[in-house]
Write a protein that binds this ligand. Structure first.
Ligand code: NAD
Length: 487
């Protein structure tokens, strides 16, 4: 069967919308969306530029009063209704997610479930936001805090899973009483705008959620807009620097959720089969295009051969192919540019002396038109080289060895990133000790839960400063006001 985009793209040409109005302008230009699994264009997409971003920010500001006027219970109920609508439209949203980036259908189906969960979890906080009474001395007085929303939040999100990225932002930001302007990437213009339509259907006042897909110019206009009270940026460290520079004009605070170069640390006492199977998901999940994929496999010297044997055997059998096929686990990379960039990294690593033991090529046959790269494994890469240090954002793993725990920690911590770390050991005390030593926002021991709405997720070092999920995620969108009075 030839590879075809999901029928969802027959929904019609996408439009830019602000507060229920369809915009006629598209100052960011018009781009042809390309289906990553075929390399062929699907529909023409209008992009927001500075003019539409300005309109969106104004609408979000106007929506603050009606949204906050609903009160905590009203906001809680509205978010629960939005979660129900996401669940009711799960099939359509999953199809759009596949169309956007070629995400395999079996993975795309999980996205609405996770997105709805972020809304429900945060809806539960909406009516529990208060403050605290503060100890005072020496004047008899009452001092307390009020946790207040910032106002208008600018959410700049990446293309790799827009439904979850948007829900991770909307859940806590809205529960806290903010309104939100979301700017998805020009590569992923379909899913997030549907959320704005569903939000209005759920009874959120028009303008509470504005979604305007656009490219860098729209992101710059949004981060630098004087009507924005906080920026929540998810993306690469390189673009984060430009977002920070734009936000600096108004001294707007910025929360950063950035990339990673997460390690699987497999200690000598680990269950080698389980560890190897988990480690290979670093290449498979989202075809290696996930921020928290464990793409560096650091394995105790004594287990190296076994880990490599299990990993490569399984990766050879991994179904790479048509995202619409229910058996497919691994789809294409997002674009021709991404495909060429990843193959160039493979080429440079090979020339630099790393040993290629699997993959390293673009898929052929029926998949030749799409942006498919075979799962790729290198061994003995230079720990200071590009392969071990840079986020490749493709299905490329590097395997290297260590002999002691301290060396493992040094290697794991030896990049400028610090998003996640995966630890494999059956020794409980070592697990606790190493978890403290690993410089990462999350440490997952002997498994990983996927994305949990209740747990804080974020990075250290150049993986960012913000947190998504849990109470810490909600707090990103609240700021305490202090009130003092004598008694
Ligand atoms: P990116 O940094 O290229 O783009 C992110 C967003 O910024 C997009 O909406 C893009 O249009 C916009 N943008 C681009 N240039 C801009 C500019 N000059 N000013 C303002 N905005 C601009 O990232 P990407 O390729 O879309 O996504 C991949 C990156 O995102 C990876 O580094 C990945 O690790 C990271 N990521 C992090 C998390 C996390 O939670 N930590 C989650 C997903 C992805």
């Amino acid at each position: 069967m030839p590879v075809r985009p999901p029928a969802t793209h027959l929904i019609g040409a996408p439009a830019l919308r602000v507060a229920g109005d369809v915009l006629t302008g598209a100052s960011g230009g018009i781009v042809a969306h390309v289906y990553a699994a075929t390399g062929e264009p699907t529909v023409e997409v209008p992009l927001a530029g500075p003019a539409e971003i300005d309109q969106g920010v104004r609408a979000a500001r106007a929506a603050l009063a009606p949204w906050q006027g609903l009160g905590p219970h009203g906001r809680r109920d509205a978010l629960l209704r939005l979660a129900d609508l996401i669940a009711a439209h799960a099939g359509e949203l999953a199809g759009l997610q596949t169309l956007e980036i070629g995400l395999p259908a079996q993975l795309a189906r999980q996205m609405p479930v996770i997105a709805a969960d972020y809304l429900r979890y945060n809806a539960g906080w909406a009516d529990k936001i208060g403050g605290e009474v503060v100890a005072t001395w020496p004047v008899p007085s009452l001092d307390y805090t009020l946790d207040e929303p910032y106002g208008v939040i600018a959410g700049i999100i990446p293309w790799n899973g827009t439904l979850i990225a948007a829900a991770q932002l909307l859940g806590p930001a809205l529960a806290a009483g903010n309104t939100v302007v979301v700017k998805p990437s020009e590569l992923a213009p379909f899913v997030a705008p549907r959320l704005a339509v569903l939000a209005a259907q759920a009874g959120l006042p028009e303008g509470t959620v504005v979604v305007l897909p656009g490219a860098a110019a729209a992101g710059q206009a949004l981060a630098g807009h004087p009507g924005v009270d906080k920026v929540a940026f998810t993306g690469s460290a390189a673009v984060a620097r430009q977002v920070l520079a734009a936000a600096a004009a108004n001294v707007t605070p910025v929360a950063l959720e950035l990339g990673g170069k997460s390690a699987h640390v497999i200690l000598a006492d680990a269950d080698v089969r389980i560890a190897a199977r988990m480690a290979m998901t670093g290449a498979i999940a989202l075809s290696g295009q996930g921020c928290a994929n464990g793409t560096r496999v650091l394995v105790h010297d004594s287990l190296r051969d076994k880990v490599l044997e299990v990993m490569t055997a399984r990766l050879r059998r991994t179904p790479l192919g048509d995202p619409a096929d229910e058996r497919t686990l691994m789809g294409p990379l997002v674009s021709r540019r991404a495909c060429e960039r990843v193959l160039a990294v493979v080429d440079r690593a090979t020339r630099a002396g790393a040993q290629l033991v699997l993959g390293g090529t673009r898929a052929g046959g029926e998949l030749a038109g799409g942006f498919f790269v075979e799962p790729t494994v290198f061994v003995d890469a230079d720990p200071a080289g590009e392969l071990a240090q840079e986020e490749i954002f493709g299905p490329v793993l590097s395997v290297s060895t260590f002999t002691g725990d301290d060396e493992a920690v040094e290697l794991a911590n030896g990049t400028r990133y610090g998003l996640g770390a995966y630890l494999h050991t059956n020794d409980l005390r070592r697990a606790h000790r190493m978890s403290r030593a690993l410089a990462a926002g999350s440490v997952w021991v002997n498994g990983a839960p996927g994305v949990l709405a209740s747990a804080p997720f974020g990075g250290v070092k150049q993986s960012g400063s913000g947190r998504i999920g849990g109470l810490a995620g909600l707090r990103e969108f609240l700021r305490p006001k202090n009130v003092w009075l004598p008694v």
